[in-house]
Design a protein around this ligand. Structure first.
Ligand code: NDP
Ligand code: MG
Length: 338
């Protein structure tokens, strides 16, 4: 059983004396910076000139280049895209990091796969919210929070776990629960979850169901509602009380179909493939493939993203969502803000 920590277990004072530099002002960056500031911390944002520089300025932050923000900072949180982080660390952060500083991450990829190797005098920890940045911010504003993982990789100061707990609580994680893990466990389970279930598995399932109905002559609108729109309604029930809770709520007919047909869709072959994907993650094969893809300008990433955007489910979805005006209110993702 894992230990779960809450707000009462974290001493925020340990952070209030520290100068915090948040490097990056994107999905996670804007959430961490704003939540920590609202928790009474001294926050500077470090970004390159251009896009998010202005956003962070507008939000009232002191904004510097990553190099200048790292200078004199006691704690540096790295919130750039994982594939660009090592370059920025090498060129701008490492030369300016003071001895005994705390270097923090929201995902273990660069440490676990050896892309960033901090000096032995640096404290290294993770504070990884289990949710997208926009939710980390909106839940905090509601007085709530998103559960958060912490891990300590290097601890020359001897108090890195306390700092990690305070950081996780400062971004709101203490209101939902903070769980301790390791860089390895977080990195491998996070990659597996997003590839197999949350992103890869789910999007492929939705598209395959949609295509099957449309190819059989049903209207794309009906196919969209059945295979995409209703996913949220079902997931909300699962989220609230588990799979049994969802089954309690749906009709007996739906439940019988779920119980007897579901295992035919995700069967032994699917699970064998899941094991292969997990092995690619554990051996570093996925990490190497992704880093090489990035080093040549992301040709596969860009081509497949474009192909996804051109799928007919996107077109019909756009049309249908414009007929559901309530969906426009309080959007989780505001592309103009962060
Ligand atoms: P984003 O892609 O949202 O980060 C964008 C920020 O990084 C912007 O400030 C952007 O600046 C800057 N940036 C982008 N490219 C470069 C570059 N080449 N050099 C310098 N700065 C650059 O990142 P996320 O918030 O998604 O991810 C940050 C970390 O959080 C990652 O480690 C990720 O794994 C982790 N994480 C993310 C979650 C999420 O929900 N997104 C969930 C949990 C963890 P500009 O505007 O100038 O481009
Ligand atoms: Mg994840």
């Amino acid at each position: 059983m894992v230990t779960v920590y809450y707000e009462k277990d974290a001493k925020l004072d340990i952070l209030k004396k520290k100068k915090i530099a948040i490097i990056g002002y994107g999905s996670q960056g804007h959430a961490h910076a704003n939540n920590l500031r609202d928790s009474g911390m001294d926050v500077t944002v470090g970004v390159r000139q251009g896009g998010s520089w202005e956003k962070a300025k507008k939000a009232g932050f002191q904004v510097k280049t990553p190099a200048d923000a790292a200078k004199g900072a006691d704690l540096v949180m790295m919130l750039l895209p994982d594939e660009t982080m090592a370059g920025t660390y090498r060129e701008e952060i490492a030369p300016n990091l003071k001895k005994g500083a705390y270097l923090a991450f929201a995902h273990g990829f660069n440490i676990h796969f050896g892309q960033i190797v901090p000096g032995a005098e640096i404290n290294v920890f993770m504070a990884a919210p289990k949710g997208p940045g926009h939710l980390v911010r909106s839940e905090y504003e509601k007085g709530s929070g998103v559960p958060c993982l912490i891990a300590v990789q290097q601890d020359p100061s001897g108090d890195t776990k306390k700092v990690a707990l305070a950081y996780a609580a400062g971004i709101g994680g203490g209101r939902a629960g903070i769980i301790e893990t390791s860089f390895r466990e977080e990195t491998e389970t996070d990659l597996f979850g997003e590839q197999v279930v949350l992103c890869g598995g789910l999007t492929s399932l939705i598209q395959a169901g949609f295509e099957t109905l449309v190819e059989a002559g049903y209207t794309p609108e009906m196919a969209y509602f059945e295979c995409l729109h209703e996913v949220k309604l079902i997931v909300d029930l699962i989220y609230e009380g588990g799979i049994s809770n969802m089954r309690y709520s749906i009709s007996n007919t739906a439940q019988y179909g779920d119980l007897t047909r579901g295992p035919r869709i995700v069967d032994g072959r699917t699970k064998d493939e899941m094991k292969k994907i997990l092995n690619e993650i554990q051996t570093g094969e996925f990490a190497r493939e992704w880093l090489l893809e990035c080093s040549v300008g992301k040709p596969v990433f860009n081509a497949l993203t474009r192909r996804g955007e051109e799928h007919s489910i996107e077109e019909v979805g756009k049309r249908l969502r414009s007929m559901m005006p309530w969906m426009k209110k309080k959007k989780l993702v505001d592309r103009s803000k962060a």
